[in-house]
Design a protein around this ligand. Structure first.
Ligand code: GDD
Ligand code: MN
Length: 368
């Protein structure tokens, strides 16, 4: 039997907690290969939540509760993770809301994904078969869908369709490794930080569609605007992709600046200046990407490793110059030369950026 701990944070969930615990206990009984411990992490609810749980503990030996200060969802989970790891050393940790929005009947689906080899199972509302409450107002829908889209594009991890949902199953080795990282995120944004940490450490992810039901009782504790701001800052500071785009822009400015200086002001031969300006941009891009965009996978030496990396980088860049040259010529041939700058922007956005980003990740800054 493998052990899993289901961690349920609560703040004033007295209206639902009893039937929720009962449902999880029913699921637990039906499992053959798993045993589940239930850990309630309560932030001193002002209703009867903890009294109800303590009463139920007399009936269920696998029901546990810790009480932690109300310092945000991320903080509550952090303490829950620490407690679960020290006390039960489980194989798996399940994260779940305690307000009825996550259906415990889905737990077996999460477990079977783990048995199939996943390290991190994300319950997703935004893939086929999942859903959000029908009566959500338009602005809430836009905020939630928009935030997820922003994270997906920002991290360029399109395979993950939902980053924020709090219904998850995560192998303990990942949670243990992530503790140090997520302790910096006390609010809801820790969900994003956790998944980002897992992906950086090559966790195998899997998704199952879930319905996010209407809240049964009480109110959501989320502050949507604060959440979105935190998500925005998190993605900006951790996204290799966004940094890679910024590095590309710096390269462009360098290339253009040197060309202008050399050709228009110093009147040097165009071929010489072009060689100099493009190579300067390439070298700058290589080092900025190495020490900033892809710093978590950076080349650290010896010297020969840098030389090999820079050579490969030059090759990839040469091919992208060739693609641009040929691409622009083709478009001009078919559609006329008037709008060459639009063609250039389109080629950079839809061909050069994906091409370079993929090759940098696959050839130069590979996952360790
Ligand atoms: N202990 C503790 N301390 N529990 C908390 C706290 C806290 O500070 N804040 C919220 N909770 C509990 C709630 O009692 C509930 O069981 C669960 O955490 C989720 O809180 P809600 O307030 O219901 O959040 P939500 O439904 O708006 O957010 C859900 O969806 C988000 C994505 O849209 C959660 O699953 C989030 O994690 C998720 O990001
Ligand atoms: Mn909720």
């Amino acid at each position: 039997m493998r052990k899993a701990v289901a961690i349920l944070p609560t703040f004033n969930e007295a209206g639902y907690i009893k039937s929720l615990i009962k449902s999880i206990e029913d699921v637990n009984k039906s499992l053959e290969a798993w045993e589940i411990e239930i850990l309630i992490v309560d932030s001193f609810s002002t209703d009867d939540t903890s009294t109800i749980v303590k009463e139920l503990q007399k009936k269920y030996g696998n029901l546990h509760i810790i009480e932690v200060p109300k310092e945000g969802l991320g903080r509550a989970y952090l303490q829950g993770f620490n407690y679960a790891i020290n006390k039960f050393n489980p194989y798996l940790i399940i994260q779940m809301d305690a307000d009825g929005q996550h259906d415990p009947k889905k737990i077996p689906d999460f477990l079977s994904e783990i048995q199939k080899g996943a390290d991190f199972v994300v319950g997703t509302r935004y893939s086929k078969g999942g859903s959000i409450p029908k009566n959500w107002g338009i602005h809430r829908k836009i905020l939630s869908i928009g935030a997820n889209l922003f994270i997906r594009l920002g991290f360029m991890k399109l395979q993950i369709s939902e980053w924020t949902n709090g219904y998850r199953a995560i192998k303990t080795w990942i949670v243990k490794g992530a503790l140090n990282h997520i302790k910096n995120y006390s609010g809801y944004v820790f969900q994003v930080a956790m998944l980002d940490y897992a992906l950086r450490n090559n966790a195998k992810t899997s998704e199952i569609p879930v319905d996010f039901k209407e809240r049964r009782y009480g109110i959501s504790k989320i502050n949507a605007y604060q959440y979105i701001l935190q998500i925005f800052l998190y993605v900006l500071s951790y996204s290799s992709f966004i940094k890679f785009v910024i590095v590309g822009l710096i390269g462009f400015v360098l290339d253009f600046g040197i060309s202008f200086l050399g050709i228009n002001i110093l009147h040097k031969p165009v071929w010489l200046i072009t060689l100099l300006s493009t190579e300067t941009a390439i070298i700058s891009n290589f080092f900025l990407n190495n020490f900033w965009s892809f710093d978590h996978k950076r080349i650290t030496g010896p010297l020969i490793a840098f030389i090999i990396g820079l050579t490969k980088f030059n090759l990839i860049s040469s091919v992208s110059i060739a693609i641009q040259t040929v691409g622009i010529q083709l478009l001009i041939y078919f559609f006329g030369s008037e709008r060459w700058y639009i063609y250039k922007i389109l080629i950079i956005a839809f061909v050069i950026i994906p091409y370079s980003y993929i090759l940098y990740n696959k050839v130069i800054w590979k996952n360790k």
